[in-house]
Design a protein around this ligand. Sequence first.
Ligand SMILES: [Fe+2]
Length: 181
Amino acid sequence: MARLTIYPDDAPHAPERSTADHATVAAWLAEAGVAFERWDAGADLPAGSDAGTVRTACAGPIAALMERSGYHSMDIVGITPDSANAAEMRARFLAEHTHDEDEARYFVEGGACFFLHIGTRVYAVECTRGDMLSVPALTPHWLDIGARPHFTAMRFFTRADGWVAAYTGSPIARSFPEYCP
Ligand SMILES: [Fe+2]
């Protein structure tokens, strides 16, 4: 179940509003120019389903998203607490950064929390199985996959070489709550 919590960017312990209702999550994010969708396709797949099975089960929403958003390719990434690079993976995106293209993710299983810094607000979006979030290009954000990361996610790309992190140098991420699923 997704949860959205909105904070003033200077008050990381005083959230203004929070919701776990999918339609409300989508509506509040849409007001900020961020796409959030709930895909029922594939929701009944067993945990650990291989990439091909997931791709087939979600073919409809995948095709619609790629058509609508101009994404040209996709892949599937996964991590578990036992992954050798779990700590390195967590650290890599835990500081505020931007990308030249959208960061679009569909969570096949597990979860993670995106923190989007838009204007004077921070939108903390906890994504879990069935949630699709697209962080618009150049939006300052960070991602916390948790101390014991566990997720499988589809990644969508507009360019093969565009998805690198440009760090803003802001320490803001360190003051916000950690993701503790
Ligand atoms: Fe990112």
